[in-house]
Design a protein around this ligand. Structure first.
Ligand SMILES: *[C@@H]1O[C@H](CO)[C@@H](O)[C@H](O)[C@H]1NC(C)=O
Ligand SMILES: *[C@@H]1O[C@H](CO)[C@@H](O)[C@H](O)[C@H]1NC(C)=O
Length: 448
């Protein structure tokens, strides 16, 4: 049975369309100047369980409840884009087969182009709002050619906070009625959860309501599953390697700036790599030069070892051993670690051990999970995808403008120490507040 693997590359290239006017931009800025009441003393967060894996699924996703009564939807977790959207019956022009019935917007949820959140989605040049009560259109295109076109709407998101409160903030998101997908017509998720640093993200909206700090964390387990959080409650106070978010990058993505690539302890000679953290990408993509260095370093290092180059339909570069490999543990001894050494701040280093750049396929081969970004049109950008983000907590602190990482057991929730299993029951565990259990309680939600 041939299984085509999913190569997601959710990395927003452009968000366009819509409405303008300096007037609306100013309105937005003014609104933002007001400090949300309570920020600074906010000590609450929201935690979500995560499902999925790098291989064979190719994505990590979470469930969000939306609407009243709340209904569950699956979302790809994507730090490479800002807008959260889902496939939508508005009615739908082009939708894939998704896990849940299509979301149906209600009429009074429609967002007009005069709404500040609409302006925040667009660059001033392409934001036109001629009639204030025109709908707010959006279009987002991803690096893998997938795209979504739709309108911005608002609805209730029932959320259980770590302090025990259950709230139902009304958040803006995209109702996508025209999707282009790169490969399959069946989509394993209903939409994309955009966790980028733009003002339109739902985390930024929660921050402006004074509910949480604009801090996002994710922890993907190499065994599959994991957890994610909004707010700063779960950020460890120690051991985290912090590096400033790069401002020099012209791209509005999470980047710790420029890095040098090392193999073992030695430089590969490749420097000034612009690195971006993108949880919406299954694998890691390097520019052609760095990719070439990766391949030649690994090849050189494999001489004399019992691994032979082989073809595998999963990924372009693979090796086989004397007998099929069962897990990464079987090959770890043959491969060295890569290290990304960042120039900014305190010379932060991000180690990529074999399990952060290799997978074992169903055929028992070991394949390179670093791909040629130049081939897919990424130009000078290097993307660290899920494969390289596993088994550590990665924190995007938009308040302090820094990115941090620390080794972690992602199958365990920090502090509580509760384990995260992967069976279906998991979604209703007490700590997994943001799940089906809310359905019964929705009557008691305070909508904001
Ligand atoms: C819990 O946190 C939420 C979000 O910050 C806040 O609105 C609520 O008042 C808090 N509840 C309690 C009981 O402190
Ligand atoms: C990466 O892709 C580009 C564009 O297809 C190609 O020119 C280049 O040779 C590739 N690099 C390597 C090392 O294969």
């Amino acid at each position: 049975m041939e299984k085509k693997i999913l190569l997601l590359l959710l990395f927003a290239l452009v968000v366009i369309k819509g409405c303008s006017g300096a007037v609306n931009q100013n309105q937005y800025q003014q609104q933002n100047k007001k400090k949300p009441s309570g920020v600074g003393v906010i000590g609450s967060s929201v935690v979500f369980p995560i499902r999925g894996n790098v291989y064979p699924d190719g994505y990590f996703y979470t469930v969000l409840l939306m609407g009243n009564p709340p209904k569950p939807y699956y979302f790809d977790i994507d730090t490479g884009s800002d807008l959260t959207w889902l496939q939508c019956d508005a009615p739908c022009v082009s939708c894939s087969k998704v896990p849940h019935p299509l979301y149906r917007p209600n009429k009074n949820g429609l967002i007009f182009c005069s709404d500040p959140v609409c302006a925040s989605l667009h660059t001033p040049e392409n934001y036109k709002c001629l009639k204030p009560n025109e709908q707010c259109d959006y279009e987002v295109e991803y690096a893998d050619q997938a795209s979504s076109l739709g309108v911005l709407v608002r609805d209730v998101f029932p959320l259980r906070f770590t302090n025990g409160s259950l709230l139902g903030p009304r958040l803006a998101f995209g109702c996508g009625y025209d999707q282009q997908v790169s490969s399959a017509t069946v989509s394993p998720t209903d939409g994309v959860l955009g966790l980028g640093n733009g003002k339109s993200s739902i985390v930024s909206q929660l921050r402006n309501m004074g509910l949480i700090q604009n801090v996002i964390g994710h922890c993907f387990s190499g065994r599959g599953g994991g957890f994610m959080f909004f707010g700063d409650d779960l950020v460890p106070s120690q051991r985290v390697v912090w590096t400033p978010m790069s401002k020099s990058s012209s791209h509005k993505h999470y980047s710790p700036g420029l890095a040098e690539l090392l193999f073992g302890k030695q430089s590969t000679g490749v420097k000034n790599l612009l690195v971006i953290f993108d949880s919406g990408s299954s694998y890691t993509y390097f520019t052609s030069e760095a990719y070439r260095a990766v391949i030649s370093s690994v090849r050189k290092d494999l001489t004399g070892k019992p691994l032979k180059v082989t073809d595998d339909d999963s990924l372009p570069v693979c090796w086989k051993g004397p007998k099929p490999f069962k897990s990464i543990r079987d090959v770890k001894k043959y491969f060295n670690s890569f290290v990304l050494s960042f120039a900014d701040g305190k010379k932060a280093q991000l180690e990529l051990p074999p399990e952060a750049y290799l997978i074992i396929t169903v055929h028992g081969n070991v394949c390179l999970g670093i791909l040629n970004g130049t081939e897919v049109g990424l130009q000078d950008i290097n993307i660290l995808g899920d494969i390289s983000l596993q088994d550590r907590m990665v924190i995007y602190d938009n308040e302090k403008q820094q990115i941090g990482w620390v080794a972690a057991d992602c199958n365990r929730l920090p502090k509580s120490g509760k384990s995260v299993d992967h069976d279906d029951e998991d979604w209703s565990q007490p700590w997994t507040f943001n799940t089906g259990i809310l359905q019964e309680q929705s009557a008691g939600i305070d909508t904001l």
